[in-house]
Write a protein of this length. Structure first.
Length: 241
């Protein structure tokens, strides 16, 4: 049985290699990174680490047809931490013409419902915003069953409050260990760096964070780069009505 599982895993990996080879990426000096080809909608995500941002410069940047349509902004963490730059980023990104979304960094050791209420009390969602995002990256010794319940409590409360399904952000390892199956109906924002033309995940995804080291006008330091899986019309269907 172990040999069979190993063979199947190897075949899946080889299959992905051949599939991924159909897609490529190109280096852009102005961005300082390779950009995956074949995507029409690009965006960034930010938090306090980018400090004060000139959002008009971000919105105006366009290199060979690649500019930024959307941004995800860290809002809260756990049950009591608000990103110090959130309110400023939330207001100015929209004023600059970007589609904005807020994300919550989930603390596994804390109650999911309390985290949801804290997030909702800090973020004033409006029509035209991206759905709220649940960012789950750590386990921190919490049992799988307990953590899955806490995540579901957060997701259910936020969906009831906003009227839209939240997006789940995570990396490949956490997704396959913790989120597969029960969470497969939620929109997915997957983090997978240096993956070439596509992330290595065998399910539909909406957003892909493909680099953590991009450069953007109006921002000092590195920035996470993302792409959306569809076109602008498909992105508009995902927004809060």
């Amino acid at each position: 049985m172990l040999i069979l599982i190993t063979i199947m895993g190897t075949l899946l990996f080889v299959g992905w290699i051949f599939w991924a080879m159909e897609y490529g990426s190109a280096y852009y000096k102005a961005f300082g990174i390779r950009i995956p080809e074949g995507f029409k909608v690009h965006g960034i995500d930010v938090s306090k680490y980018q400090k004060r941002i000139n959002w008009n410069d971000v919105a105006d940047m366009n290199i060979n047809g690649i500019g930024f349509e959307f941004c995800f902004i860290k809002a809260t963490q756990g049950t009591g931490r608000t990103d110090p730059y959130f309110n400023l980023n939330w207001e100015r990104s929209k004023n600059a013409g970007l589609i904005r979304g807020a994300y919550h960094y989930f603390e596994p050791g804390q109650d999911g419902l309390k985290q949801a209420n804290f997030f909702l009390n800090q973020v004033d969602h409006e029509a035209g915003d991206l759905p709220p995002v649940l960012d789950i990256e750590e386990i921190n010794g919490v049992s799988k069953s307990t953590l899955r319940k806490r995540l579901k409590d957060w997701l259910k409360k936020v969906e009831e409050s906003t009227g839209v399904q939240p997006i789940i952000y995570t990396n490949l390892k956490t997704y396959y260990y913790l989120l597969d199956d029960d969470f497969s109906h939620y929109p997915l924002w997957i983090a997978h760096y240096h993956a070439g033309g596509r992330p290595r995940i065998f399910r539909n995804w909406h957003f892909w964070q493909h680099s953590e080291s991009g450069r953007v006008n109006g921002i000092r330091g590195n920035v996470d780069f993302n792409v959306f899986s569809g076109d602008k019309n498909e992105l508009s269907k995902l927004l809060i009505p």
